[in-house]
Design a protein around this ligand. Structure first.
Ligand code: ZN
Length: 68
């Protein structure tokens, strides 16, 4: 193989927090491009009530690198 994947930092995962607009439950999932806070996301099912509309309430960005 001439192609090798770069080693990734497993902990450096950006997490998007969503709040269901139907029942208010908060869920989280890996960040997807174009996510931003207060964006209304449609088509992602709430695991609690099955609602498909949720709002992004927070985005957790891990620190990229620890400089020691
Ligand atoms: Zn819900």
């Amino acid at each position: 193989m001439s192609w090798a994947p770069r080693p990734r930092e497993k902990m450096a995962q950006t997490i998007t927090f969503l709040k269901c607009m139907e029942c208010g439950a908060e869920n989280s999932r890996p960040f997807i491009e174009w996510d931003y806070i207060f964006k209304i996301v449609e088509g992602e099912k709430c695991p609690k009530c099955g609602g498909t509309r949720s709002k992004i309430v927070n985005i957790y960005v891990p620190e990229k690198k620890e400089t020691k």
